[in-house]
Design a protein around this ligand. Structure first.
Ligand code: PBG
Length: 325
């Protein structure tokens, strides 16, 4: 059955297409600026004008949506993260510019406070450094509304506070943003694979996530847990989330599978920065064939049950898939 390409094609259970990919973008202040991310070769931070050019190319490749991650200047970071809901903040301006220039391209925004807090945590802290859930949710609601107001199609809370989905859904309904969808990072693990991302958005320096440091273990999930992911998805589904993210990707294929099988909801995977950098580094050294390994990893995420994949390889993968016809 496997001898010939034609029969392998007929029997193939899983397909990967540009339709399944989401392109993450890091956005900078200023004009006509790009900066490489040293721990993520091939990935750039871009000013909004450069982002538009890039997004046009992404859309032409058939990728349906981009996810925006702003790089906040250090001066704008505060303990109360008020920059998160600035109507003229980088993320809000990027959304407006993208929806103006490319109305058909889906725009997803990240709802979490880490790019805006001086301490790099996703929420507000009490005097002991513990993240305050309910106070944080109030700020997240303001942030999500500012994204909706700017024209975001999907708001994606990636903060792991409890009760934020219900609060955001209510606020969106109350302000006539009924069609703004919520992508919940319901199963987001306290992972060490996020390191390069924290460099990219500049939250790493402020965050003591080394051994003994508080890291994000008091709100992100324990990598040892699986039932708990279902518990989290169940809560967020009941609160009104439309889609669900499992994060990271490849080390958590079992979680993707369980979420998809148990709930039958739109389930996305986030192949995170550390996964990108590992494949990239091994590829650069000639230890792995980057293209084959990336396509295999993405196909595996789809096979596990992911409907779509947020991945830093989106552009390259779409180009390779196009070449393959
Ligand atoms: C935080 C956030 C993180 C990522 C996206 N949003 C990391 C974190 O929890 O510090 C990481 C993504 C990646 O590693 O690619 N709201």
């Amino acid at each position: 059955m496997r001898r010939d390409a034609f029969s392998r094609r007929l029997m193939r259970e899983t397909r990967l297409a540009p339709d399944d990919l989401i392109e993450p973008v890091f956005v900078l202040d200023g004009e006509d600026r790009t900066e490489p991310v040293p721990s993520m070769p091939g990935i750039e931070r871009r000013s909004i004008d450069r982002l538009i050019e890039h997004a046009r190319h992404i859309q032409a490749l058939g990728i349906p949506a981009v996810a925006i991650f702003p790089v906040t200047p250090t001066e704008a970071k505060t303990p109360d993260a008020r920059e998160a809901y600035n109507p003229t903040g980088i993320a809000q301006r990027a959304v407006r510019a993208l929806k103006d220039a490319l109305p058909g391209l889906g725009v997803i925004t990240d709802v979490a406070l880490d790019p805006f807090t001086s301490h790099g945590q996703d929420g507000l802290l009490d005097e002991t450094g513990y993240v305050l859930n309910d106070e944080t949710v109030e700020v997240l609601v303001r942030q999500a509304l500012s994204h909706a107001e700017a024209g975001a199609d999907i708001v994606a809370p990636s903060d792991m506070m409890d009760g934020r989905i219900g609060a955001i859904r209510n606020a969106l309904e109350g302000h006539d943003y009924r069609n703004v969808r919520i992508l919940s990072y319901a199963a987001k693990y306290a992972s060490s694979y996020y390191g390069p991302f924290r460099d990219a958005v500049g939250s790493a320096d402020n965050l003591d996530s080394g051994p003994g440091g508080p890291g994000k273990h008091s709100y992100q999930m324990d990598p040892a847990n699986s039932d708990e992911a279902l518990h989290e998805v169940g809560l967020d589904l009941a609160e009104g989330a439309d889609m669900f993210m499992v994060k990271p990707g490849l080390p958590y294929l079992d979680i993707i599978r369980r979420v998809k099988a148990d709930f039958g909801v739109p389930t996305f995977a986030y192949q995170v920065s550390g996964e990108y950098s590992m494949l990239k580094a091994a590829g650069e050294r000639g230890w792995l064939d980057e293209r084959e390994c990336v396509l295999e990893a993405l196909t595996s995420l789809r096979r596990a049950g992911a409907d779509a994949i947020l991945t830093y390889h989106a552009q390259a993968a779409a180009e390779w898939l196009q070449e393959e016809g």
